[in-house]
Design a protein around this ligand. Structure first.
Ligand SMILES: *[C@@H]1O[C@H](CO)[C@@H](O)[C@H](O)[C@H]1NC(C)=O
Ligand SMILES: *[C@@H]1O[C@H](CO)[C@@H](O)[C@H](O)[C@H]1NC(C)=O
Ligand SMILES: *[C@@H]1O[C@H](CO)[C@@H](O)[C@H](O)[C@H]1NC(C)=O
Length: 125
């Protein structure tokens, strides 16, 4: 009886430790939320647009301020680098949609800085 109780206690304690260690660790990595393009966006090839994102929640010290915007299609992020070497504290960057893209409704962009954040899928026609 006592042994069984001890076993249960040890089990509960182990579970507790496991849950505590699994708790998220706070880090100063910032994923800026992309405002445009969004699910309603339609971009035309060869045209210039602004990619915009939230900067209100930017931490004081960002580990990597250098941003990069990469275009993806159907979840594959290798279509084109639309912008690079800009400060992600700007909140917006002008990009030009490449001329040679095939029309599609499954494009997205990823804004890289500290970490990557993806936009919803949108259309390029
Ligand atoms: C992008 O944003 C800048 C600053 O707000 C503005 O001057 C520029 O006209 C915008 N470009 C486009 C293509 O909307
Ligand atoms: C940010 O970095 C500066 C200079 O390295 C430092 O003095 C300051 O304490 C840092 N602030 C935070 C909130 O980490
Ligand atoms: C990135 O931008 C900085 C400042 O505008 C410039 O000094 C540097 O040469 C640029 N780097 C590249 C690889 O374009």
């Amino acid at each position: 009886m006592t042994t069984k109780l001890t076993t249960i206690l040890i089990f509960c304690f182990t579970l507790f430790i496991a849950l505590v260690s699994a708790a998220p660790v706070r880090r100063d990595v910032w994923d800026p939320r992309i405002i445009t393009p969004n699910a309603e966006t339609i971009w035309l090839t060869g045209q210039t647009y602004n990619v915009t994102w939230e900067t209100d929640d930017a931490p004081v010290n960002i580990t990597n301020k250098i941003g990069r915007v990469v275009l993806g299609k159907d979840g594959i992020q290798n279509q084109a680098v639309l912008a690079s070497n800009f400060s992600i504290t700007l909140g917006s960057i002008e990009i030009t949609v490449p001329d040679d893209l095939e029309p599609g409704f499954d494009y997205n962009i990823v804004l890289f800085g500290d970490s990557g954040n993806s936009s919803p899928q949108f259309a390029i026609l």
